[in-house]
Design a protein. Structure first.
Length: 95
């Protein structure tokens, strides 16, 4: 697909049109004066749900220790286990 260069003012004025071009598969480069400062393109990856344990392992693997302390995963698991006996109530069951 094409790469479209548009000025910042046009992008701000016609965001709907800009997004339509992106949805159609075109990359849009927004420029201010002579500098390009943003590239807008469609996100290709389909997001897949992950288990909380996978998320925590990814954080540990990427050294996100400044975000999570050693006890965080244990606290989350304890919270989940404390609610295992509960189930969602189907509103149709009450009739």
């Amino acid at each position: 697909m094409a790469v479209i260069h548009i000025p910042e003012a046009e992008a701000a004025h016609n965001l709907t049109g800009l997004l339509a071009k992106v949805r159609a598969g075109e990359d849009v480069i927004i420029e201010s004066d002579v500098d390009a400062f943003s590239v807008v393109r469609a996100h290709k990856a389909k997001l897949q749900p992950r288990l909380l344990s996978e998320v925590l392992e990814g954080l540990r693997r990427n050294a996100a220790n400044n975000l999570l302390d050693d006890q965080f995963g244990n606290d989350v698991e304890a919270g989940i286990k404390s609610h295992e006996h509960e189930r969602l109530i189907d509103p149709w069951e009450s009739f």
